[in-house]
Write a new protein. Structure first.
Length: 214
């Protein structure tokens, strides 16, 4: 049975895993467009984090790259292309790692928030975002809100990374066909092969738990 017709599992309790991966990739594509806007406008409201020039640049670049990989991931989920899904998975894990680094760097920046507006740094290394937060007395609220938002985003990111990896493994190991007849005592020759999308030919299907006994 083909992977797109088989019951290969669900994510988020009730969403078919293939649809979930497609929606995740599509969301990444859209967020990449927002990240591009954030880079052009130098506005951290379009991205996750980015309270310094360095972290805004990192987050923006990672997001823009996500436009390409989000598109590949959506195509991979739609066409059951294991290679594209794997590529999106690798990008997604690297994006999570990048956002973790950005979170640490942003917290170092926000640690100076309370005194930033009246410090020499406001004149020598001006940061418009940090200056606005400091002058409006929103430092504590910003740190707390950022911490909560990042924690939720990080946990969801790890979960969806596991979902993507699972979907890739399903695509990479699901046989194109498993044929048997009643009383034949086993599957037809070739049943233990999967269809190799790249070579357009059968390749060994390693799934010993599915082999008929005897």
């Amino acid at each position: 049975m083909y992977a797109d017709k088989a019951n290969v599992g669900r994510c988020c309790l009730c969403v078919p895993i293939r649809l979930g991966c497609f929606l995740l990739a599509a969301a990444q594509f859209v967020m990449g467009i927002f990240a591009l806007c954030g880079l052009i406008l130098q506005d951290p409201r379009f991205v996750s984090g980015g309270y310094s020039h360095t972290t805004l640049l990192i987050t923006g670049i990672v997001g823009v790259i996500g436009i390409v990989f989000g598109f590949l991931g959506a195509v991979g989920a739609y066409d059951n292309n294991a290679l594209f899904v794997r590529g999106f998975f690798i990008y997604y894990v690297m994006a999570i790692a990048a956002h973790l680094i950005v979170f640490v760097l942003d917290n170092i920046t926000l640690a100076t928030c309370s005194s930033y507006a009246s410090s020499d740094a406001a004149y020598h290394h001006y940061n418009e975002t940090l200056d606005g937060i400091s002058r409006n007395g929103l430092c504590t609220w910003t740190r707390a809100a950022y911490g909560v938002a990042f924690s939720v985003e990080f946990l969801l990111g790890v979960y969806f990374a596991l979902v993507l990896n699972r979907f890739w493994m399903i695509l990479d190991s699901t046989p194109a066909y498993l044929i048997t007849f009643n009383g034949s005592g086993g599957y037809m020759p070739g049943a233990w092969h999967k269809y190799d999308n790249m070579a357009r030919e059968a390749a060994p299907f390693i799934a010993s738990h599915m082999r008929p006994s005897g």
